[in-house]
Design a binder for this molecule. Sequence first.
Ligand SMILES: [Zn+2]
Length: 130
Amino acid sequence: MHEYAVVSELIAGLLPQLEPHPGRVEVVYLKKGEMRVLSEWAVKSAFEILTKGTRLEGARLEIEPVEARIRCPRCGYTGKPDYLDDPEFHFIVPVITCPQCGAEVEVVSGRELYIDRVTVESPAPAQNGA
Ligand SMILES: [Zn+2]
């Protein structure tokens, strides 16, 4: 499944960054652009499986959507692309054109996929004695 490869890469990138921060990882916040065609369910289940046996085991994954925005170099239109309501979008890779003049546009946002932040539980104070 495509989601497994994606999530596996994200986890591999995150684990070394967590090393200086002791404590249990509570929540991992993932930013996902609207234009990334990924099943949220599959991402979450891949996360659960792939974190088993790592420091991230038991952490909750929160997916935060990033709105798609485009900018047209010809007429200056900025805003949402208009194909997102098209169910076909999920099966094809669209050429994105300006809803006003039809020129090919620049994608400003919507293709993101990265771990934005992580919350780590503060480690319990060290116990004295045994
Ligand atoms: Zn335009």
